[in-house]
Design a binder for this molecule. Structure first.
Ligand SMILES: Cc1cc2nc3c(=O)[nH]c(=O)nc-3n(C[C@H](O)[C@H](O)[C@H](O)COP(=O)(O)O)c2cc1C
Length: 362
């Protein structure tokens, strides 16, 4: 059967369909539970959460599902240059964005460069929670962390944007690798070369990894329906991970404006931009994504996020939502489902239709 793969056996799930973790506040326990309860793997993007918030989310999850799920963290959650970032430079770069603040009548925020990484403390919470799966991006956790995951029975899943990153993840002994193609919505989580030099498409990356590594592969980026899933499995993926299609569902924490845009003509064009957070990611093309080109200086991550976050409430209030970036993958044009459970059912039915019942991808 198409749905019996290395990944379903490894993770103890029924279908090789994973909810993409969506950090920065887009994941919800309701969305996670809808996907896990439908036989896929629900995920929670937790990189901005404190350890206490992670533990509270795990409590909520326990009430909503007893099925396996994934908690996702960022190994690198603060840019290295932040600690030594000159104050003069901070003020200069802030000034580049002043016209937007003036337009909305919002003062430029005070920003501190002293932002410690949360990752180590989050991992301690993760060990307490003991989810079935720990997925991570922007690097590889230390051998000690990976060893402790093995001891606790937590499967580890690392994100790769290039073949070299996949090879490194395999040599670190992770259980599975997400092939994150450049079609994907959200951040481009490269960790060996800059994101702008790591632009391999999902299907090319799946095939490259399949040719050179043995670790199970999860295809992510631009997959929104059963045909996309069947194609990824045919090319050698052992599972798929969908972000944008679930972001558009009402269980996600996307704003109503964001969700409507994902069902609109706005989905025709997406761009890779670092203007929103300081790290490159894929979002809908709009006024701000066009006016702040890739060459514009931005603050190191996560300072740029904090700078532009100060604009958001007023931009929403004044209806100037083209001054806000909205995450989206490249393939949102044909989205139809607004409920996660219905999306899951339709994905499963559609793959079953495309793949004969005796089709085995192993
Ligand atoms: C709003 C948003 C936030 C995301 N945050 C994370 C994250 O924190 N960690 C992660 O591993 N992937 C993150 N992703 C990537 C998704 O998990 C998934 O791999 C990707 O969306 C798949 O591509 P698609 O959007 O074309 O379906 C995010 C994606 C979106 C759209």
């Amino acid at each position: 059967m198409w749905y019996q793969t290395k990944i379903t056996r490894l993770l103890g799930i029924q279908y090789p369909i994973l909810l993409g973790p969506m950090g920065g506040g887009f994941s919800t326990t309701a969305l996670l539970a809808a996907v896990s309860n439908a036989g896929g793997l629900g995920s929670f993007g937790a990189y901005t959460l404190s350890p206490e918030e992670m533990l509270r989310a795990a409590e909520e999850i326990r009430l909503k599902t007893d099925k396996p799920y994934n908690v996702n963290l960022w190994v690198s959650d603060v840019d290295e240059q932040l600690q030594t970032y000159p104050l003069k430079e901070l003020e200069r770069v802030k000034g580049l964005f002043k016209p937007y603040f003036d337009e909305l009548g919002v003062p430029l925020p005070d920003l501190q460069t002293d932002i410690p990484s949360k990752f180590e403390k989050q991992v301690e919470a993760l060990f307490q929670i003991r989810p079935a799966v720990f997925s991570f991006i922007f690097g590889i956790p230390s051998p000690e962390i990976l060893k402790e995951c093995r001891r606790l029975g937590i499967k580890t899943v690392g994100g790769a944007t290039t073949l070299d990153e996949g090879i490194l993840l395999e040599s670190a002994g992770v259980d599975a690798i997400v092939a994150a193609g450049f079609e994907a919505g959200g951040h481009r989580p490269s960790f060996l070369q800059p994101a702008q030099d790591s632009l391999t498409g999902t299907f090319a990356l799946v095939q490259q990894l399949k040719a050179k590594i043995k670790t199970p592969i999860i295809a992510a980026g631009g997959i929104v329906d059963g045909k996309g899933i069947a194609a990824a499995l045919t090319l050698g993926a052992d599972a798929v991970q969908l972000g944008t299609a679930f972001l558009a569902c009402e269980e996600s924490n996307a704003t109503a404006v964001h969700r409507e845009l994902l069902f609109s003509q706005a989905t025709k064009y997406t761009v890779l931009s670092k203007s929103l957070t300081g790290r490159m990611g894929r979002m809908l093309r709009n006024r701000i994504s066009q006016e702040v080109p890739f060459s514009t200086d931005v603050l190191p991550f996560p300072l740029q996020t904090r700078l532009l976050a100060a604009l958001k409430p007023e931009a929403f209030r004044q209806g100037k939502t083209d001054l806000i970036n909205f995450w989206s993958g490249q393939n949102a044009v044909s989205l139809t489902h607004r409920k996660a459970e219905e999306l899951m059912q339709s994905l499963i039915e559609d793959v079953s239709e495309v793949c004969p019942s005796d089709k085995d991808f192993d």
